[in-house]
Design a protein around this ligand. Structure first.
Ligand SMILES: O=C(O)[C@H](O)[C@@H](O)[C@H](O)[C@H](O)CO
Ligand SMILES: [Mg+2]
Length: 403
């Protein structure tokens, strides 16, 4: 069996998505998600110029060998563009292998470790009251876990909070990056009040999460972790940028609030010290940005040795292809923690027909052979690519900060 054809499909049903389709000489095909928010066309160029020509004629069943050919064989290793391209190939090849086996992907990975996959949704509001209403809506819809992000008095625009209450949040909202202004002190003073209000209204059983989006220093993160301890967060996410993995060692000494990190990681080496030192509780790297199923299995297995569980990144800027494959992975992986879920627009769901379903705060995996997600290429053509950038952040004195 040989790979006869491979091509990228860029579509923007509300936001940009990059999909790689691989077709074999026997007519079987698989698809993978290659979406890197705000840098989509860099991955398309990498795939078209450097990856696809090398795939033609190879045996699609040799997933492991193709992974190493693309990783080691490139000489230049890692990085989000390279690893998203490799991930898309890997996801498409697992899709093909599972279709050839006549099995849903989770069966090929080792079968079910659980019947359903707990997800967390996003509640966002411009102030605490509006945010509590959104938490209530999620609880009514069956969610058992909710990420809570509210506006902070004195900060005009903040990560995770939609421009209008009740609307979904989309960060890549401008042709060129919007500029936000950030105040660490205003933020730190406000967040404990938000979680006090959440626990007061919703009691102890609801799992609550919060995303700091990389904005604090280690000692500031330690303070926040301590101050929210009474509210028993499921996790505190990305509390500092993680290039310097040792930073988490400092935070860890100060707080029992569980720590999650990794949505911008693209390899095991980004997380090695974090995992081996047990500085974190949840690893958030996901299939599309961290080298696909083949590499995420290695990360999850290492994590499992150190009591670290998975908490895959699942924003709307990953396509339903990634989400579908992730739900198979989540259904299998022994050390599963939780799956992030931001619902895609109905236009996106139409372009990417899928067989996973949301029920009572959980995803239920589908039974179709492969990862269960397809692409309607004709419909995809109706939504042309439109450049969209993530914002940048500045301190009140103008210094460029982490967004
Ligand atoms: O926890 C999350 O879901 C993330 O922080 C996202 O909202 C990112 O900001 C986005 O994926 C960037 O492209
Ligand atoms: Mg995040």
């Amino acid at each position: 069996m040989k790979i006869e054809q491979a091509y990228t499909i860029v579509t923007s049903p509300g936001r940009n998505f990059v999909t790689l389709k691989i077709v074999t000489d026997q007519g079987e095909y698989g698809i993978g998600d290659a979406t890197l928010n705000g840098r989509e066309m860099a991955v398309v160029a990498y795939l078209e110029e450097h990856v696809i020509p090398m795939l033609i004629g190879r045996d699609p069943q040799r997933i492991e060998d193709i992974w190493h050919y693309l990783y080691r064989g490139a000489y230049w290793r890692r990085g989000p563009v390279t690893m998203s391209a490799i991930a898309a190939v890997d996801m498409a090849l697992w899709d093909i292998k599972a279709k050839l086996a006549g099995m849903p992907l989770y069966q090929l990975l080792g079968g079910k470790s659980r019947d359903r996959v707990m997800v967390y949704g996003h509640a966002t509001g411009r102030d605490i009251d509006a945010c509590l209403e959104e938490v209530a809506r999620h609880v009514d819809e069956g969610y058992k876990a909710v990420r809570v992000q509210a506006g902070v008095p004195g900060i005009a625009t903040i990560y995770g909070v939609a421009k209008k209450d009740g609307e979904p949040y989309e960060p890549a909202d401008a042709d060129l990056p919007a500029e936000h202004v950030w105040s660490t002190s205003k933020y730190l003073n406000h967040v404990p009040k938000l979680f006090a209000a959440v626990r007061e209204r919703f009691g102890d059983d609801l799992h609550v999460l919060h995303d700091v989006h990389h904005r604090l220093t280690p000692i500031e993160a330690a303070r926040l972790g301590k101050e929210v301890e009474p509210y028993h967060l499921f996790w505190l996410e990305d509390c500092v940028p993680a290039e310097n993995q040792e930073a988490f060692g400092l935070i860890r000494q100060h707080t029992t609030t569980p720590l999650a990190v990794g949505e911008v990681f693209n390899s095991l080496y980004d997380a090695k010290a974090l995992i081996e030192n047990q500085w974190i509780d949840y690893i958030r790297a996901t299939l599309t940005h961290a080298g696909g199923i083949t590499h995420m299995r290695r990360i999850a297995d290492l994590a499992g040795l150190y009591h670290v569980r998975t908490g895959f990144h699942g924003p709307t800027d990953l396509s339903p292809v990634c989400l579908g494959a992730a739900i198979h992975f989540d259904t299998w992986v022994p050390n599963f923690g939780i799956q992030e879920y931001m619902p895609h627009t109905s236009a996106t769901d139409e372009v990417f027909p899928h067989d996973y379903r949301f029920e009572d705060g959980h995803f239920i995996v589908g039974e179709k052979p492969g990862h269960g997600v397809d692409i309607d290429e004709q419909l995809a053509k109706q939504y042309p690519y439109k450049r969209a950038s993530l914002p940048v952040n500045r301190l009140e004195d103008g210094t460029l900060w982490h967004w």
